[in-house]
Ligand binder design. Sequence first.
Ligand SMILES: NC(=O)c1ccc[n+]([C@@H]2O[C@H](COP(=O)([O-])OP(=O)(O)OC[C@H]3O[C@@H](n4cnc5c(N)ncnc54)[C@H](O)[C@@H]3O)[C@@H](O)[C@H]2O)c1
Length: 268
Amino acid sequence: MNKSVNSSQSTFFAGKVVLVTGAAHGIGKGICEAFLKHGATVIGTDILEKELLEVDKEIGGIERKAAFYTYSCDLTDESNIKELIEYVINYFNRIDVLVNNAGGVCGQVHQPVEEVSAEAWRKIFSVNLDAAFYTTKAAAPYMKRQNYGRIINISSGAGRSTSLTGIQAYASAKAGQIGFTRQMAQELGAFGITVNNVAPGFVLSNPSTQKQWEAMSHEKQQSLVESISVKRLGEPEDIAYPVLFFASDFASYISGQTISADGGLQLF
Ligand SMILES: NC(=O)c1ccc[n+]([C@@H]2O[C@H](COP(=O)([O-])OP(=O)(O)OC[C@H]3O[C@@H](n4cnc5c(N)ncnc54)[C@H](O)[C@@H]3O)[C@@H](O)[C@H]2O)c1
C-alpha cells in the first residue's frame, strides 16, 4: 500500500472515497486523475504493482487536499477482493464510489471460434466480468450500511454491438457486464445505490489497442476516424467524464444505464 496527495482543482467530490480498478495505466489512470482533480480520496488498484507506483509518482504528490492511495492485487481472485474492500473500509470507514474498469483482451487476438480454447475464453471473462461481480459483492454490504453508493462499470462498444478485435469472449463478457449493471441497479436501488455503465469507443490507452491501430493501413485508420461522429479517437478523460457524472448527485435518479463514450461511433 502506498499513499500520496494530489492538487485539487475543485472540492466537488470532497469526502468521497472512490475505488478504481485497473488504475495502472490508460483509462483507469485517467479516471483516478479526474476524481483527484475534483477532491475525492482515490484508491487505485491493479495487478501491475510497479506501474501502479509510477502512476502514484505521476499523479500524486503535488498538493495537500485530495489523496491517492494504491493497492496492488489480482482482481480475478475473490479472496484478494475481500481483502481489498476490507482494507478500504478499515482505512476510510466507507466506500462511496466503485469503478470497475479493469479489463481488456488479455493480450489475445482474434481466432476463428473453433480454435478458441476454454482457457482463453475464461481468462477474458474472469477479468472483465467476474472481477466486477466480486467487487460489487464485497462492497454492497458497506454501501447498504451507508445507504449510499455509486457503482460504475466500464464495458465497451463491443458489449453493445460487436468488437473491432473480433474476440468473441470480449464482446460476450462486456455484454454480460451490461446485463449485470442492469440487474444490480434493480437490486441495489432501494439502498441508495445506483449502478451504471460507460461503454468506451476506440481509445489508444493500452498496448493491444495501440497495436491494433498500428496494424491498420493509413486508409483504414482514416476510415475509422471518419466513422466517429466527432472525427477523433478517444482520450482517457473522455471516458472519465461520464464516470464522474454517474458518480455525482446530478445522476442520482439514473440507474441501470449505459452511456457510450465513443464520440458518436455507434448510434442507437
Ligand atoms: N482502450 C479502448 O479502446 C477501450 C475500448 C472499450 C473498452 N475499454 C475498456 O476500458 C477498460 C480500460 O481499458 P484500457 O484501455 O485503459 O486498458 P488497459 O489495459 O490500459 O487497462 C486495464 C487495466 O486493468 C488491469 N488488469 C488486467 N487484469 C487485471 C487483474 N487480473 N487484476 C487487476 N488488474 C488487472 C491491467 O493491468 C491494466 O492496468 C477495460 O475494461 C477495457 O476493456 C477500452
